[in-house]
Structures are given as structure tokens and as C-alpha cells.
Design a protein around this ligand. Sequence first.
Ligand code: NDP
Ligand code: MG
Length: 380
Amino acid sequence: MQKSISLLGSTGSIGTQTLDVARNLGLRVTALSAHSNVKLLADQCREFKPERVCIGEEKYNEFKLEVNDIDIEILCGDEGLAELASEDESETLVNAVLGMKGLRPTLAAAEKGKKIAFANKETLVAGGKLVTDTVKKGNSVLLPVDSEHSAIFQCIQGKQNKIKKIWLTGSGGPFFGKDYNYLQTVTPEMAIKHPRWNMGKKISVDSASLMNKGLELIEAVHLFDVSPEQVEVVIHPQSIVHSLVEFEDNAILAQLGVPDMRVCIQYALTYPDRMPSNADSLDLFGKNLEFFKYDKAAFPLLEIAQESIRIGGNLPAVMNGANEEAVALFLDHKISFTKMFDLVIDTCESIDTISITQNPTLDDILASDKAAREYVRSHI
Ligand code: NDP
Ligand code: MG
């Protein structure tokens, strides 16, 4: 079991649940970061007593005042995040930052050879091979936190067998069973009401559009070294089976449990051991387990994600950047739910103007992300 962690994104949904797990396991927390939530970050500093903390640049002065009674080193902005990610005090970085902002800290921790408990999927989608190569080169390790990837990781423990196929489950989100016409009218408030999981707003919208499953498919390709064709998405509205792995003899292993991210976070932190958890245990009696194909016509973004990883290079970074921007505009009531689809698709199709690069460097990835965001903003 790991004894000390640094945690980026401590004020978010994954961040606060990670601190719950840290309380349960009695872990030492050496560093915390948040972007805007000064009050909660200050409370966390009082409870966990980290040596260092990082806050968004705009909130630096406000936060400094808030914690002027505590002895703590305060960093800020992107530089601060990367510095915390590569510090020597902790064995493991938990990356629970939202979006592409997590890329530099992930690379910094990987170069240092730290273990990385990894929730921040956008980084792996956009960074792809650059991230996995840096992890290998630095003798680092990625420990998945995302529930599906944690399930797959748990199913392949102790086996040298080749994976034939991954069955990636998804609840279908709040609009499961609805058609495209209905989706044209949905509001951000409807989209962030997930039927099974309580998550941050951005991932909730991604779950509603099924882009989350697309991002997770790409995440699975990189984490488990499989082809996009080996990953099959299956809608499982009960969210009890968190994903399945099929082997060459057609045997399928699955991981089941209540939908509670603390189980996945804890496994990443206790791996390869298991410890008692605060999450409820699953009562199997009376449960139905259903599995459906997803509706391609109503939810086109999942196929776009599949196509983007098939083509590869910087295209997933372009798609991810366009999606992050489009989700922010939708949450801000600036565009409709289905306009998000159009913007992401148009941006990926404009790749001729953005230009495709195989084996992109960090600069290529950041440039692709920027170009995609600019494209989206100039087409609303
Ligand atoms: P939240 O929005 O709840 O939290 C995001 C965290 O990142 C907050 O601490 C926030 O700080 C911080 N943050 C936001 N913007 C920036 C920025 N520009 N720079 C630095 N820090 C920033 O998100 P979630 O916890 O839901 O998700 C975090 C990551 O985990 C995402 O990549 C998501 O896809 C992934 N994930 C989440 C799951 C879930 O159940 N929530 C499940 C699986 C994966 P502040 O609040 O102070 O502004
Ligand atoms: Mg998931």
C-alpha cells in the first residue's frame, strides 16, 4: 500500500472522494491543489496539513489571506501544478484535475518515476503515446481510477494472457433511450443530472452525450495496449458491472460493485493489496443486469472518438480540445446540446486546416488543443 500522496484537483468530485479514502487508509497528504475553491482548499489544508499547496493564479492573494495562520508553502498556476506533481515527498500523484490542464503535471510526475493514480482522462486522450512513452521511460506507472479502467485493471491482475476484447460498460447517461430530436431541446441542468454517479459538471455532460465513453475507449487503448477494434461499448443502465475482459478462450471476467468511485480510488492507492472500504457492499438479490447497443444516430460523438483514435496522431487532442470548449459553452447556456456535436465533428473534419501530425510532441499537442478551441469559438 502507498503511504503518502500528493493530490491535484482536491476540491472536485474525485478530489474530495480521494481525501475520504486517505482518511480511511490513514495516508499522509503532502500536497493539494485547487483552481478556484479557496474556502474548501483552506479547510482541507487545516485537516490534512500538507507541506505545499497550489491555487489558480487569480485566487492566489485571496487564498494567502485565508491561510495566513498556517505554515504552508503556496504555489500558483500551471508552473505550481507541475512542481507539486514532481515533488519528492510523496510516492504517488493522484491526478484529479479537470481537462488538458492535467497534461504537464502528468508528464512531470512520469519523468520523476512516480506512481500516478489517474482520473484525468483528457490528458491520456490528448497526450496518448507521449504520456505512455514518458511513463515507460521514467519507470513510472499509471494506476487507473476511472471506474471502467479500474475494473479492467482488476480483471487482468495475475494473468499474462492476451486480452481478446474489452467490454466497456456505460450507464447510457440521463438521456438513454431518447432520440436526436429530443436531445436538441435538453438543458445543462438536465444533462448534469446523472442517474447513477455523482460527478463534476464536465464529465456529467460528457456522460450525457456519450463522449465520455469515447474518451474512455481511447483511454483503454492507451492503458491496456489494445486496438480500438478490441474495445466494444455496451450500455448497462444498472451500473453494477463496471466493465469486462474477454480472453482468447472466450472466458469473460467482470468486476461488479455499487457505483462508488471510492472503491476505484482506493484500489489505485492500495494496489496490489485490498483494504476495507467505506463504500457499501453490493446486494445481488433482486438485481437485473441488462446490456444494450448504443444508439449511433442519436449519439454521434462516440463514433467520432473511435475514428479519431483509429487515425491517431494529434487528432484525439483536436477532438478533446473541441469537446472541452463545446461543453463549457453548453454549460454556459451559449449553445444547444446537439450544437456541441456539430462543433466537435466540424473541428475534427477541419483537420486539414489544423493539420495532422503523427507522434506529436508536447508542443504539437498543445498547439492542436489551442487550434481546436479557437476553431470552436469562431464557429458559434
Ligand atoms: P470537478 O469539476 O468536480 O473537479 C475538478 C478539479 O480540478 C477541482 O479541484 C478544480 O478546482 C480543479 N480545476 C478545474 N479547472 C482547473 C484548472 N484550469 N487548473 C487547475 N485545476 C483546475 O471534476 P471531477 O472530479 O468530476 O473530474 C476530475 C477528472 O476526473 C476529470 O478528468 C474526469 O473526467 C475524471 N473522472 C471523474 C469521475 C467522477 O466520478 N467525478 C469518474 C472518472 C473520471 P476548483 O474546484 O477549486 O475550481
Ligand atoms: Mg468512467
